[in-house]
Write a protein that binds this ligand. Structure first.
Ligand code: SAM
Length: 281
């Protein structure tokens, strides 16, 4: 099968099947072989690997993955793409195509069946980037790494540190589970149709153990409340979140014990400081 990273090959397949892009599924297909090479190199795929690809589209990246991995499991929600994938991937015996919504799939079961941690590689549908990534982390799916194309702005938020405008709940959640690194910036003209925004490839290496010792549920409840009301002081934000049951005064006392001003905002605290606060509360 022809390399679908070359634009005219993709166009030929789209025309043959009279494929109509569905906006609701975040469909922007990659048509740039250099970007595909960069993604594959960053994910460090070997014959030992079982790769989960989320949203294979017409199978462009799947072909690259199948050339290198022991096995590829490609999960696609759009039924119109399944017959296309069956043709474009017919030469690869190590690919399994699953017609499903990734958010409803038992990915942990897949890793368990294979008996090894998975590598996840995807050009993600942008409308569900965060639920996909957080779902993989929070359900503790055994993973080696995740290499994904996301909106540039989301990549910036994943990597951001305290005191910057991009810093927030997503930065802290990702950095609790993994070490994120932007490996490529990708302009809109590398996709068909072109997205309205720039994209970036982020590789996340999952930590074997999180960098802080803390009760996870409580930490994330505090983080969510802190950034729900970003412009307020941390003590006020937590005091205004009834689900936490933590008074403004208790947060103030804990912050003082940590040597921080009682008027500090959540955006100034590092992951370590959020963990210390969570443990004190
Ligand atoms: N991997 C292809 C490529 O790079 O050319 C397509 C990437 S496109 C940005 C996102 C893909 O995810 C589309 O094929 C879309 O139909 C699929 N998708 C969207 N929502 C999904 C979901 N909930 N579960 C599985 N696939 C989904």
């Amino acid at each position: 099968m022809a390399n679908l990273g070359i634009p005219h090959n993709t166009i030929e397949v789209l025309q043959k099947y009279r494929f109509r892009f569905q906006k609701k599924y975040g469909q922007n297909f990659l048509i740039d072989t250099r970007v595909l090479d960069k993604i594959i190199a960053a994910a460090e795929i070997t014959e030992e690997d079982c790769v989960l690809e989320i949203g294979p589209g017409i199978g462009t990246m799947t072909q690259y993955l199948a050339e290198r991995a022991g096995e590829v499991v490609a999960v696609e929600i759009d039924g119109n793409l399944i017959p296309i994938l069956e043709e474009t991937l017919s030469a690869y015996k190590n690919v399994t195509i699953i017609h499903q919504d990734i958010l409803k799939m038992d990915v942990e079961g897949l890793a368990r069946e294979r008996g090894k941690p998975l590598k996840v590689v995807a050009n993600l549908p942008y409308y569900i980037t965060t639920p996909i990534i957080m779902g993989l982390f929070e359900k503790h799916v055994p993973l080696k790494n995740i290499t994904v194309m996301v909106q540039k702005e989301v990549a910036d938020r994943m990597q951001a540190g305290p005191g910057t405008k991009d810093y927030g709940a997503l930065s802290l959640a990702v950095q609790y589970y993994a070490k994120p690194e932007v490996v490529a910036n990708v302009p809109p003209n590398c996709f068909i149709p072109r997205p309205n925004v720039g994209s970036a490839v982020v590789r996340m290496d999952r930590y074997e153990a999180p960098p802080v010792q803390v009760e996870e549920g409580k930490l994330f409840a505090i983080i969510r409340a802190a950034f729900n009301q970003r412009r307020k002081t941390l003590a006020n934000s937590l005091g205004n979140a009834p689900e936490l049951g933590i008074s403004k005064e208790r947060t103030g006392e804990a912050l003082e014990r940590m040597g921080l001003p009682v008027t500090v905002r959540g955006e100034a605290l590092s992951l370590e400081q959020f963990a210390e606060l969570s443990n004190l509360l």
